[in-house]
Ligand binder design. Structure first.
Ligand code: CA
Length: 154
């Protein structure tokens, strides 16, 4: 009986090896969810002075670990209070990350600015949500204490 149970295990290992071989280096470290929230710096380092530099040191990364670019137009980023950032036209490449900073600045490749004059992400606990243009929840990530000031969502 032990020999019989070994056969499926070998098959599984073979299938896994095949899957790993088929995967590109970028997707080898992939997580489920495709487009998802990545690292979040919810507590801007240093004192919360509300300066634009401090506001921009508060940010959320969104990562596309699919193998195709994704148009983010209409996607939303939302906190517990209801503050909402809505993406304009922005194509996030396969395997790429876009950082959404809280303060004001000039949008560029890989970085978007919320344009706020106040902080979004609560230092002592909050929940970031990534919503599809339809309003459907794509991903969420929460934290419950100040701690290190940042969280790795996946
Ligand atoms: Ca904060």
């Amino acid at each position: 009986m032990r020999i019989r149970t070994a056969a499926p295990a070998v098959l599984t290992a073979t299938a896994l090896a095949a899957a790993l071989l088929a995967a590109s280096p970028a997707s080898a470290a992939s997580h489920q969810g495709g487009l998802h929230l990545g690292h979040i710096q919810y507590d801007s380092p240093g004192r919360d002075t509300r300066s634009n530099a401090s506001l921009n040191a508060e940010w959320v990364n969104i990562h596309n670990n699919t193998r195709s670019p994704i148009q983010l137009k209409g996607y939303k980023l939302k906190d517990n209070t209801g503050y909402t950032y809505t993406f304009g036209s922005y194509k996030i490449g396969a395997g790429k990350t876009v950082k959404v900073r809280t303060g004001k600045g000039a949008d560029a490749s890989g970085v978007r600015y919320w344009g706020r004059g106040g902080y979004v992400w609560n230092n002592t606990g909050d929940k970031a949500r990534l919503l599809k243009p339809s309003g459907a929840l794509k991903d969420s990530c929460s934290w419950s204490r100040a701690g290190s000031g940042h969280v790795s969502c996946h």
